[in-house]
Design a protein around this ligand. Structure first.
Ligand code: ADP
Ligand code: MG
Length: 340
């Protein structure tokens, strides 16, 4: 007998696609935060309960979604961010695939409230299985609030793979911290189980953003780096040799505003501190590198943070030299200034 071919129902194909985009609560937080940033928000609130497993709420003051577009926003391959294939080569937004909302909606229950500045009233809608089951007009400020409830309730295999609440919360905090660090001009408020964790000022000041997220102890041990070499620019903060940690988790780097993981940068840091640190001790670094975009390959898979430099040697030498030079100078100045 010949097997007949059928097209999968939308809710099934979306759920399959969700497997790639939505791995854990932290991926939901990342996608929703990127949407809020793309929406030109200046203030974003992130609230999670039970490590995001039962409740994730992201609220922004961005451009909002028009009522008549709300259905489309939750359709796969529907996006307001690109209109033609040429634009793929010059993407300025964080998203563009039009997959996140459809994927998230297929594995959770969603409530959304949104309003644009053009509309007198906002819209409140509830979604189940990816479809809007109720919507109504509501008075609300401009912007968008999305609540994601009961993540993976209909995909038990996924649900079973989740780690403990503390492990999943850590994944989320890493995402929130890195996104807040890469957008100092946006104010982020982070709430875990009704407890305020931090609120960044959103005034563009890097030092105060780091201070707010990591606290006084880390902040007071930082020294500023600022260097330039041709078309490469580096700014950020590093610790002097007396303040170290047992791992690299606070070596955080951004290339052209994007959080990245790069072996080249880690190696450059190690070489910069070479012989100055005890074995298996690591410095803290917040490094922001700017380089022309045609000199880096960013793997644009949404979940991958990998990056490749065209001229690795040059990047490495530049970073190493910037760090070394700073450390040499800072040894002459025993005390650093603490603002605040
Ligand atoms: P993408 O971000 O790749 O376009 P998404 O599925 O994440 O795809 O979002 C679909 C569309 O919904 C976006 O293109 C945008 O128009 C709209 N949208 C999503 N979140 C927001 C938000 N917080 N504020 C305004 N518009 C939003
Ligand atoms: Mg998106």
């Amino acid at each position: 007998m010949v097997n007949r071919i059928k097209k999968l129902h939308k809710s099934v194909s979306n759920r399959i696609a969700a497997g790639e985009v939505v791995e854990r609560p932290a991926s939901v937080v990342k996608e929703l935060l990127e949407n809020s940033i793309d929406a030109n928000s200046s203030s974003i609130v992130i609230e999670i309960k039970e490590a995001g497993k039962s409740y994730i709420r992201i609220s922004d003051d961005g451009v909002g979604i028009k009522r008549e577009d709300l259905n489309l926003a939750f359709e796969r391959h529907a996006t307001s961010k690109i209109y033609s294939d040429e634009e793929i080569y010059d993407i300025k937004s964080l998203g563009f695939r039009g997959e996140a909302l459809a994927s998230i909606a297929s594995v959770s229950n969603i409530e959304i409230i949104t309003r644009t500045s053009e509309d007198e009233f906002g819209t409140k809608a509830e979604l189940m299985n990816g479809d809007i089951i109720r919507n109504s007009s509501i008075g609300c400020p401009n912007g968008t609030t999305i609540v994601v409830k009961d993540l993976f309730y209909n995909t038990p295999a996924r649900h079973k793979f989740l780690k403990s609440n503390s492990a999943e919360t850590n994944y989320i905090s890493t995402i929130v911290n890195n996104i807040a660090l890469s957008h100092p001009y946006i104010s982020f408020r982070y709430i875990i189980d009704n407890r305020n964790i931090f609120t960044t000022q959103g005034k563009g000041d890097l030092y105060s953003t780091i201070y707010t997220i990591y606290g006084r102890e880390v902040a007071k041990n930082l020294i500023e780096v600022n260097n330039e070499d041709g078309d490469m620019k580096l700014k950020g903060y590093i610790t002097n040799t007396s303040y170290t940690r047992g791992n690299r988790s606070l070596q955080i780097s951004f290339v052209n505003g994007r959080y990245v993981k790069s072996k080249v940068i880690s190696k450059a840091i190690d070489t910069g501190y070479k012989t100055l640190l005890p074995q298996n001790r690591f410095s803290i670094c917040f490094l922001y590198l700017e380089t022309p975009s045609n000199k880096v390959d960013v793997n644009i898979h949404p979940a991958k943070l990998q990056i490749r430099f065209r001229d690795e040697r040059r990047v490495m030498d530049f970073l190493t030299a910037s760090i070394k030079e700073k450390l040499l100078k800072s040894d002459l100045i025993p005390d650093i200034n603490i603002s605040n």
